[in-house]
Design a protein around this ligand. Structure first.
Ligand SMILES: *Cc1c(COP(=O)(O)O)cnc(C)c1O
Length: 236
């Protein structure tokens, strides 16, 4: 079932790329495997997936230990400062940096481990109360500047979690806004800051996100099926 699902998602990403005049290589599909057992990740891995997204530190590190080392792990969930030390050196990209204090902690831990950690700044593009991420544009720019000056960190771009909607089209405005913000920041030529990565689009809206310039789409349900948060393996 997972293979068929990935193939379906792949086909739709390719189609969206074609329609937008983009090359398929510009978009990386992250298989969002939170709450799912290792056996399912293995199936996706065997199909060819190498990018996996998790939103809990403990779950990410547990899966990291038992799965092949050529996997690129993406931390996509809210990250507490006291847990940063467990994932620096293991994660390929942290998508969810939304405060200077968190960026400082990632920097400190990265310097200690002599690695450079790639990060994205999480933007709350729709301004939803229930969501993490920075709402105020000026504040986003300030954090990008401040994070860019920290050692051990490479700011690569922006990430957003769009609202849950019936039709992905409803979120096009937020993807456009994120893209525009990244262009505005790029124009500032801030030292040590790249804005070439946009992480946006989930199961309900990834094709729209691709058409608006997403570099990473994060698809969970569309690959692994509905999540059961009530099961022992599940987490809230
Ligand atoms: C769970 C999650 C996803 C995947 O959501 P689906 O709708 O299942 O594709 C993507 N991004 C983030 C940040 C998530 O927490």
């Amino acid at each position: 079932m997972i293979r068929e699902n990935i193939e379906k998602v792949e086909k739709r990403i390719s189609q969206a790329c074609r329609e937008a005049g983009r090359s398929r290589e510009e978009v990386t599909l992250i298989a969002v495997s939170k709450t799912k057992p290792v056996s399912m990740l293995k199936e996706a891995y065997d199909w060819g997936c190498r990018d996996f997204g998790e939103n809990k530190v403990q779950e990410l590190t547990e899966k990291y230990e038992v799965l092949p080392k050529d996997i690129r792990w993406h931390m996509i969930g809210h990250l507490q400062r006291n847990k940063v030390k467990y994932i620096v050196g293991k994660v390929f990209l942290i998508h969810s940096v939304d405060s200077l204090r968190l960026a400082e902690e990632i920097s400190k831990e990265s310097v200690k481990k002599k690695v450079t950690t790639q990060i994205l700044i999480e933007v709350n593009a729709a301004g939803e109360q229930s969501k993490f991420g920075i709402r105020d544009t000026e504040e986003v720019i300030r954090l990008v500047e401040q994070a860019g000056s920290l050692p051990g960190i490479a700011v690569r771009g922006l990430m957003t979690v769009a609202p849950y909607v019936e039709s992905g089209e409803e979120n096009r405005q937020y993807f456009q806004a994120l893209k525009q913000l990244s262009v505005d920041i790029m124009r500032k030529n801030i030292d040590n800051v790249n804005m070439d990565v946009l992480s946006m689009g989930m199961t309900g809206d990834y094709e729209v996100a691709v058409s608006e310039g997403a570099g990473y789409v994060r698809v969970g349900t569309g690959i692994f099926g509905e999540r059961d948060y009530g099961s022992p393996a599940g987490e809230k």
